[in-house]
Design a protein around this ligand. Structure first.
Ligand code: PMP
Length: 292
């Protein structure tokens, strides 16, 4: 039976319930994280943990368990027998339940914490063949840097993209590309790797950080600058990054084929570097276990 984490306990999914007065339900007043388990480690756990702390701080939510976040993710995998699999852990913390008023409850109420883990099957075909995406106006709020559960702008835009048969949509705000509905976006022009700088208009993705670090080590020139919507089709390569999809090549935008319509050379190189990094982590863990 699937166990979820709710307010400090593991409970059967069907027994888990929260108050209808929870501010997560009434106002989307909460934050979340998604971490990926590769069968023996969480990739970027420290960075995810740091981002969660930041999101909570920005929202002024005091979750007393925050320092135990990595262990809570681990134990959720264990109780569900997922430790040997590829899995995702979804974790959210809301401000808690209180009579509805816009102002934060004073004194504060206990936050509601909820998490679930599920086995994960990566979309290998998308990564191998590349995906078609569309553009959409960035209708989201101006604090996209907070990983808030308030995702209506993202879900509405993604739904429209899916209805057009698209894998993702990338947002245009003030004439420039910010990010995608649930991923960051990178461009390659000549030998330059370009992506939107960290700002209140994008979520600073953990995968984005990993790719920038790998590229830097390889001596690839990085430009953290916004790409104008008119320049989009002049880009040599485009790819998306996220915890679940790692690096996904883009082969067409709004029905216009990019380059030869197959994943580009630099994108494939960055995918290979990501795989090398994962293999190196696995080798280190195996070695450490052998020494034990
Ligand atoms: N931007 C948005 C809007 C997202 O929802 C996500 C995925 N959570 C990302 C970027 C990618 O972030 P990460 O690499 O940390 O998964």
């Amino acid at each position: 039976m699937e166990k979820v984490y709710l307010n400090g306990k593991h409970v059967n999914r069907e027994d888990a319930s929260v108050s209808p007065d929870d501010r997560g339900f009434l106002f989307a007043d909460g934050v979340y994280e998604v971490v990926r388990w590769y069968g023996s480690f969480f990739l970027g756990m420290e960075e995810h943990h740091r981002r969660l702390i930041r999101s909570l701080r920005e929202m002024e939510i005091d979750w007393p368990e925050v320092e135990h976040f990595p262990e809570l993710c681990h134990s959720l995998l264990e109780v569900n027998g997922l430790s040997e699999n590829q899995a995702l852990v979804y974790f959210q913390i809301t401000r808690g339940a209180a009579r509805r008023t816009h102002q934060y409850p004073n004194p504060p109420v206990a936050p509601t914490s909820y998490a679930f883990a599920s086995a994960f099957n990566p979309d290998k075909e998308a990564r191998l063949k590349g995906v078609a995406i569309s553009t959409a106006p960035d209708i989201r709020w101006a604090r996209c840097d907070i990983k808030s559960v308030s995702l209506l702008g993202n879900t509405m835009s993604f739904q429209k993209a899916r209805e057009k048969g698209m894998y993702e949509c990338i947002f245009i705000r003030n004439g420039v590309i910010t990010e995608a509905s649930h991923s960051n976006v990178f461009f390659i022009k000549g030998s330059n790797l370009i992506t939107h700088p960290p700002s209140n208009h994008i979520l600073s993705g953990i995968t984005r950080g990993i790719i920038l670090e790998l590229a830097r080590k390889e001596g690839i020139r990085i430009i953290e600058d916004a790409v104008h919507a008119e320049e989009l089709l002049q880009m040599d390569e485009v790819f998306l990054t996220s915890t679940s999809s790692e690096v996904t090549p883009v082969i067409s935008i709004d029905g216009n084929q990019l380059g030869s319509g197959t994943p580009g050379e630099m994108t494939r190189r960055l995918i290979a570097l990501t795989e090398d990094k994962l293999a190196a982590i696995i080798a280190t863990i195996k070695n450490a276990n052998r020494i034990k």
